[in-house]
Design a protein around this ligand. Structure first.
Ligand code: ADP
Ligand code: SF4
Ligand code: MG
Length: 347
């Protein structure tokens, strides 16, 4: 792998003293798209907000490193972080309505983002803002600069957010459920827009989504999160064809049953994820896992390499060779007893 633009190492986040993100590590290569998927409450948003240094009391980062190039963002002062955010790393949130200032015109907000890191003369900044609005598909961008957020539809507001996030040409873009608040047609338009703009600009992207159909279409690689930890990470095609962790496998199979399209939400799996503070000993997924054995309760399970993926399970699922290589084939997997690939708990 070429040097990563973003290298998250053993990120730990706590609410008060309760661990909620429990040692998340991943690397993002230049231009790569990584999906972060998992049920609601698994810690996806807190992971992204912690990378951006946007947590507020009582939520705090309790350990780890967030390396952007050679800089650990977790060690920066507030002022230093302000210079990096927007310029080198940006974030798009689920709800554009609450992320835009209702009292400022969209043009002023884009100009503000441009000026934050790149002082240019007013006319030039407005021209750049209009270009950006045009790039994100807002019609009549010069006139629309003077409109307020409430004069835009939800989809157009999200386009404005994307324009703001990309105003300073960041190396990394974190998108937290960027289409969840939008109607179905607008969802795919916005994802296609992020797709095109990130490709054109070579921006590396983390896409947080509960929608595996969107992840399948957009991401090179996918990390599956459960109870504050990554439980499986692999290429998108491998994950859909042959998920190894019982949780990922259940997600993928259920998605196949629903049909993989951009509207399919993460299906329910029997039972509930544990709440922070009530995470079972040993494997966190054990109470819901059809493959659980006594050894799964003994000690924490590590995320270990397995056939080019990373899997946190001592009884990973084996697959027949040729059981499929693209989204839609997960049902071909064989959930049989583990053989030579069964692993022993880590010492
Ligand atoms: N501000 C907060 N105060 C208390 N608990 C929170 C707060 N934000 C998130 N949590 C809890 O932290 C856990 C992870 O939340 P989050 O990262 O938002 O999950 P996800 O984005 O995967 O749905 C959940 O149990 C959630 O209830
Ligand atoms: S370690 Fe055990 S309980 Fe956990 S996912 Fe694997 S088989 Fe299931
Ligand atoms: Mg979230």
């Amino acid at each position: 792998m070429t040097a990563p633009v973003l290298d998250v190492r053993d990120l730990q986040v706590a609410i008060g003293t309760t661990p909620v993100v429990r040692g998340v590590s991943f690397q993002l290569a230049p231009g790569e798209r990584l999906g972060l998927v998992g049920e609601s409450g698994s810690g996806k948003s807190l992971t992204a907000l912690s990378i951006m240094g946007l947590n507020r009391d009582p939520i705090r980062v309790s350990g780890g490193q967030v390396m952007l190039g050679g800089t650990d963002l977790l060690r920066l002062s507030r002022a230093e972080l302000d210079r990096v955010r927007g310029a080198r790393i940006s974030m798009i949130y689920q709800d554009p309505a609450s992320s835009l200032n209702p009292l400022m015109t969209v043009g002023a907000q884009i100009v503000e983002a441009i000026n934050l890191h790149d002082k240019v003369e007013r006319g030039q900044a407005r021209a750049r803002a209009a270009d950006l609005l045009g790039d994100v598909g807002v019609p009549n961008p010069r006139q629309r600069l003077d409109a307020y957020p409430h004069e835009f539809s939800g989809g157009m507001r999200q386009r404005v957010m994307i324009a703001i996030a990309l105003a300073c040409q960041p190396e990394v873009l974190l998108c937290d459920e960027p289409t969840t608040a939008l109607d179905v047609t607008t969802q795919s338009l916005v994802i296609n827009l992020i797709d095109r703009l990130c490709s054109e600009r070579g921006v590396a992207t983390v896409l947080i989504t509960h929608d595996l159909g969107v992840a399948a279409g957009f991401c090179d690689n996918i990390a599956v999160m459960y109870a504050g930890q990554l439980v499986e990470q692999s290429s998108t095609s491998t994950l859909f064809a042959s998920a190894r962790h019982p949780y990922s496998h259940a997600l993928m199979s259920a998605t196949v049953d629903l049909g993989v399209d951009v509207t399919s939400a993460l299906p329910a799996i029997a039972g509930q994820p544990p709440l922070p503070g009530a995470i079972p000993q040993g494997c966190s997924f054990r109470p819901r896992c059809p493959r659980a054995v006594e050894a799964c309760a003994d000690q924490p399970i590590e995320l270990l390499p397995l056939d080019g993926a990373l899997v946190r399970c001592i009884r990973p699922i084996t697959h027949h060779p040729g059981s499929g290589t693209h989204p839609g084939t997960a049902r071909d997997a064989t959930v049989g007893p583990p053989t030579e690939q069964e692993r022993v708990p880590n010492a």
